[in-house]
Write a new protein. Structure first.
Length: 406
């Protein structure tokens, strides 16, 4: 069960965390506060993940939406559905941009003509020839066995990052230093910066996206053998703790290799001719192609649920096929406009991830325990986390959009 939770958490967001660190500092020492924050957010996410199961237990429901309805009312339950749908959509968009960046590098490495290796051509080719057909898959059962390969892929490319850092391959004088553009080469100490800058919230926002899997908390609780809240808390601590440690290793190795020039998709820093990362790009592309349909189904089903239904004065509901075409079109348009995947990771993480992680679980728990004795300290903690979530949502969004200085 710990492995299943670990697989549910860990994903491609680790490839943006170095850029989140570079947002506030280009000093090698920045990995220390970045690592502390990574583990602190893991702890907060583990707590709120457990809180959802506790709320379901207190309200006698088996879904978080059910617990919301019991505590905060049915009229506002659309909020949580909308948040989950938007996060799924942001995840799909992240996949599209990462696949495009990986495909562009692979095309260049294969010696494709500049036109065919251009970002727009690669993007439209991937969308039209690969992702659109995958979006119409009727069943995703055949993809369930790719998750183990996905974890192997994550472990591989993090090991590759550690190896290249240890070799100093991209450092001045290293074997691959001149194989990449000057704007992507390592840069340390050029601009300085501080963890106390508002830009540090870019990393926090990314971490909210990296850890969010809270919509599955009731499912994990239901499937836990000999289930109890203490056992579920141990599961959450192990799952989020192991994920946090993996993120720290990936963040540290990549940031200490490239520093202030760390790209939003860190593979862009590694040379197109670097064999280790040619393999890594192929692996991450394969995993994303296999998991994209699962994420798109959640996006489409959530959007369908939120759209007005026939009989509500809005005319016939949009058909499944038309909705699929429309959503794929929206993803393609957004991917053409947004080239930096770190923005796709950080903005939804700030605006929506903060709500899912810090605000929603604590609000439901506060209402579920209203009037209960002996919970004063924990309820105060929950109120503090709600306030913290609101702060992260507002300042984190501003920082991610570059509205604040360094």
């Amino acid at each position: 069960m710990v492995v299943n939770l670990y697989k549910n958490i860990v994903g491609a967001t680790v490839l943006s965390l170095a850029a989140g660190t570079a947002a506030f500092s280009d000093s090698p020492g920045a990995v220390v506060p970045a690592s502390v924050v990574t583990l602190a957010v893991a702890a907060a996410c583990a707590y709120s993940f457990t809180l959802i199961a506790r709320s379901c237990e207190l309200t006698g429901t088996d879904t978080f939406r059910g617990a919301w309805v019991k505590t905060l009312g049915a009229k506002s339950a659309w909020i949580i559905s909308a948040a989950n749908t938007l996060m799924a959509g942001a995840g799909c968009l992240q996949y599209v941009v990462v696949l495009t960046d990986a495909g562009t590098s692979l095309a260049a490495a294969a010696g494709a003509p500049p036109l065919l290796a251009s970002r727009s051509v690669v993007l439209l080719s991937i969308m039209g020839l690969v992702l659109l057909p995958l979006s119409f898959l009727e069943s995703c059962k055949q993809l369930q066995y790719t998750s183990a390969f996905g974890i192997a892929g994550v472990l591989y490319y993090i090991a590759a990052m550690v190896l290249r850092f240890a070799q100093g391959a991209y450092a001045p004088g290293g074997a691959l230093h001149r194989a990449i553009a000057p704007a992507l080469r390592p840069s340390f100490g050029a601009t300085g910066g501080s963890f106390w800058s508002p830009k540090a919230l870019v990393l926090v926002s990314m971490l909210n996206t990296a850890y969010v899997c809270h919509y599955n908390a009731p499912k994990f609780y239901r499937e836990l053998e000999a289930r109890s809240i203490p056992r579920f808390a141990v599961l959450a601590c192990l799952g989020f703790g192991l994920s946090g440690l993996l993120y720290v290793v990936g963040l540290s190795a990549s940031f200490l290799t490239f520093g202030g020039h760390s790209a939003g998709f860190i593979f862009n820093n590694y040379a197109a001719s670097d064999t280790l990362f040619v393999i890594a790009r192929v692996m991450v592309s394969f995993v994303m192609l296999c998991t994209y349909p699962l994420l798109f189904v959640a996006f489409r089903d959530g959007a369908s649920e939120l759209l007005p239904k026939e009989g509500q004065g809005q005319g016939p509901q949009l058909s499944r096929s038309r909705l699929t075409f429309a959503l794929v079109g929206v993803l393609a348009a957004c991917a053409l406009a947004i080239k930096d995947v770190s923005v796709i990771v950080s903005v939804p993480g700030a605006l929506i991830g903060s709500a899912i992680v810090y605000v929603f679980p604590n609000l439901v728990f506060l209402r579920a325990t209203r009037g209960a004795r002996g919970r004063g300290l924990e309820r105060a903690l929950c109120r503090g986390l709600v306030a913290l979530g609101a702060l992260f949502a507002s300042l984190g969004t501003g920082s991610s959009l570059g509205l604040f200085g360094a």
